[in-house]
Design a protein around this ligand. Structure first.
Ligand SMILES: Nc1ncnc2c1ncn2[C@@H]1O[C@H](COP(=O)(O)OP(=O)(O)OP(=O)(O)O)[C@@H](O)[C@H]1O
Ligand SMILES: [Mg+2]
Length: 473
C-alpha cells in the first residue's frame, strides 16, 4: 500500500470524516480490503452493502483485526471513518489516488471474452522476474476487484497487471479511469454473456473501451486472428501491435507444435528477433495468449531473452484451467471447469483432442450459462464440435446441456454431477483422458476434483491456492 491519511481519503472521495478530530494523523499503510478477515495493522476497511450482507456489520471485526479506519456510507461508532454516498465509487477514487501517487508505475490492462486470467498470470510471472509486479488475486476484474488490486501497489511497484471484465457498455471505460493503462491487451470477442450484451458487436464495443483509453505514447496489443479485435485498430490514439498466427501480425508464432500433453512449442517472431518458446500450459490457445504477453513485456522494456525465459519458466498459476492430474491408476483428469463459454469450450476440446491418449477420450460437459436465446444452438454446436474431433464419449451434465447431448451421437445425459460421478467412476480405465468443462455455477470443477482424488491410494490432487471469486468476462 502507498500510505494515505484519512484526510487524503476524504479529499479523494469528497466524503465526510467521522470519529476523529484529526484525520491527517490517521494513516492507512496496511491492506485495503472489503473483507474484515483480511484486515491487519494499518488497514482501511471498505464497507460495501452487498446482496446478502451489509459490510457495516463487520466494521467492529475489522477494527479488532487492526483496521485504523473505514470507508462507509453511514457513520459507525468506534472507528474513524470517511462517510460517502456511494462506497463503490469512492473506493475507485481511492484507488485512483494510489495510482496518482505512483508516477513510475506502468499499467497493463487485459480484456477479452476468454483468457484474461491466463494472460494475467503469465504476464505477471514474466514481469515479476525483473521487477516488483502487482496482479489480481484469482480473477478479480470488476469494479471492486480492480481497486482492491490497485491498492496493493507499493512505492516500489513497477508494473501493475489489471484484468478488466465487462457485463455491459461503459464498464471497462470506468475501470480504465481507476487504472489508466499505458498498454492494453485485447484477446478475443466471444459470446460470453451475449444475453446481456445483445450481440457480438456490442461485446466488441465494450472491449474496445480498453485500447481507446490508451494514450498516444502507449501501445494497444490486438489479436490479429480475431476479426473483431483486429478491427479495433482503426481510430485508436495509441500505437498498435497485432499478435497472432496471421502473417501480418507484428508479434507472431511460427512452427507451432503441441507435445503429448497439448503444450505448445513455437518460434516467436517479433521486431526484436526470433526465439523458440515452450509453454507449460496445455492448449493451443495459450500460443496467442503468450504472444500478447510477449508483446506487452517487450513494450515494458524487457529483453527478448528475459521474455522467453519468463514464458518458459511460468507454471500454470490459477486453478481449474486445464489442470491436469495423473491418477495412480493411469487415468488423466483435465479439469478446465473454472468457467465456460462456446469459445473456451472449443479451446478445451481442441486441447484434449491434441493430447496423445492411449485409452479413450471423455468429455464431461455441463451447461454454459448466460447465453440468452442462442443457448440451445450454442450447446448443440459444442456437441457437434466434440463429435467432429473424434471424442469417444460425451457425458452431458444438467438440463442446460441437453441440446449438447442431442448433438453427439451416443452421448449420455445425466441430471447432476453426482450422477456423472456414478457413471464415470466404474468406467474410467488406465490411459483414458477425461475433460471436465462447464460454466462456474454448473459445478463440474468439484466433480473434477473428486475424480482427480480417486483411482488409487495416493492422493493426486494438485496444490490449491486460496480462492476468491468475483469475476466477470
Ligand atoms: N485465448 C483463449 N481462447 C479461448 N479460450 C481460452 C483462451 N485462454 C484461456 N482459455 C480458456 O478459457 C477459460 C477461462 O480462462 P481464463 O480464466 O483465463 O479466462 P477469463 O477471461 O479470465 O475468464 P473470466 O471472464 O471468467 O474471468 C479456461 O477454461 C481457459 O482454458
Ligand atoms: Mg478471469
Amino acid at each position: 500500500m502507498i500510505s494515505l491519511s484519512l484526510s487524503e481519503i476524504r479529499d479523494l472521495t469528497g466524503g465526510e470524516v467521522h470519529g476523529t478530530q484529526s484525520p491527517e494523523t490517521v494513516v492507512i499503510d496496511g491492506t485495503v480490503t472489503t473483507d474484515s478477515r483480511e484486515c491487519g495493522p494499518g488497514s482501511l476497511y471498505v464497507a460495501r452493502v452487498g446482496e446478502t450482507a451489509d459490510g457495516h456489520d463487520f466494521v467492529a471485526a475489522a477494527v479488532e483485526a487492526g483496521a485504523v479506519a473505514a470507508l462507509t456510507s453511514r457513520p459507525v461508532d468506534g472507528v474513524p471513518c470517511v462517510v460517502v454516498d456511494d462506497v463503490q465509487t469512492a473506493f475507485g477514487r481511492v484507488a485512483r489516488g494510489v495510482v496518482d501517487r505512483a508516477p513510475e508505475l506502468r499499467i497493463v490492462g487485459v480484456t477479452g471474452s476468454s483468457g484474461k486470467t491466463s494472460v494475467k498470470d503469465l504476464l505477471a510471472a514474466v514481469l515479476s522476474s525483473v521487477a516488483e509486479t502487482v496482479a489480481p488475486v484469482n480473477s478479480l476484474n470488476g469494479e471492486i476487484g480492480v481497486p482492491l488490486t490497485v491498492c496493493r501497489v507499493t512505492p516500489t511497484t513497477r508494473f501493475l497487471v489489471a484484468e478488466m471484465g465487462a457485463r455491459g457498455i461503459g464498464h471497462i471505460d470506468y475501470l480504465t479511469r481507476i487504472a489508466p493503462p499505458q498498454v492494453a491487451i485485447v484477446l478475443n470477442v466471444g459470446t460470453a454473456h451475449i444475453g446481456e450484451f445483445g450481440s457480438r458487436e456490442n461485446i466488441a464495443r465494450a472491449k474496445s473501451e480498453l485500447p481507446r483509453a490508451v494514450p498516444a505514447e502507449g501501445l494497444s496489443i490486438l489479436n490479429a486472428d480475431d476479426d473483431l479485435v483486429a478491427a479495433m485498430a482503426a481510430g485508436l490514439a495509441s500505437r498498435v501491435q497485432l499478435v497472432g498466427l496471421a502473417p501480418q501480425a507484428d508479434v507472431r508464432a511460427e512452427d507451432v507444435h503441441l507435445d503429448e500433453r497439448g503444450r505448445a512449442a513455437y518460434t516467436l517472431v517479433c521486431p526484436q528477433g526470433t526465439a523458440r518458446v515452450t509453454l507449460q500450459q496445455s492448449g493451443a490457445h495459450h500460443v496467442g495468449n503468450s504472444l500478447a504477453v510477449a508483446a506487452a513485456a517487450l513494450e515494458l522494456g524487457l529483453s527478448l531473452d528475459q521474455v522467453v525465459a519468463g514464458l518458459v519458466a511460468a507454471e500454470p498459476a490459477s486453478r481449474w484451467r486445464m489442470e491436469i492430474t495423473d491418477r495412480p491408476d493411469g487415468v488423466v483428469v483435465v479439469n478446465d471447469a473454472y468457467n465456460a463459454n462456446p469459445h473456451s469450450m472449443r479451446a478445451a476440446l481442441d486441447a484434449v483432442a491434441a493430447m496423445h491418449v492411449a485409452g479413450e477420450r471423455w468429455a464431461v460437459l455441463g451447461g454454459m450459462l448466460e447465453l440468452g436465446p442462442d443457448s440451445d444452438v450454442e450447446h448443440a454446436g459444442v456437441g457437434s464440435y466434440a463429435a467432429s474431433l473424434g471424442f469417444d464419449h460425451v457425458v452431458a451434465v444438467g438440463e442446460g446441456a441437453r441440446p449438447l447431448a442431442d448433438a453427439f451421437p451416443g452421448s449420455e445425459w445425466v441430471p447432476d454431477t453426482d450422477a456423472a460421478h456414478d457413471l464415470l467412476a466404474p468406467r474410467l480405465r488406465a490411459g483414458d483422458v477425461v475433460l471436465l468443462k462447464s460454466s462456474r455455477d454448473s459445478g463440474l470443477r468439484w466433480l473434477g476434483e473428486r475424480l482427480a482424488a480417486e483411482g488409487g491410494d495416493v492422493a493426486a490432487t494438485p496444490v490449491a491456492p486460496t480462492s476468491r471469486e468475483g469475476a466477470r468476462p
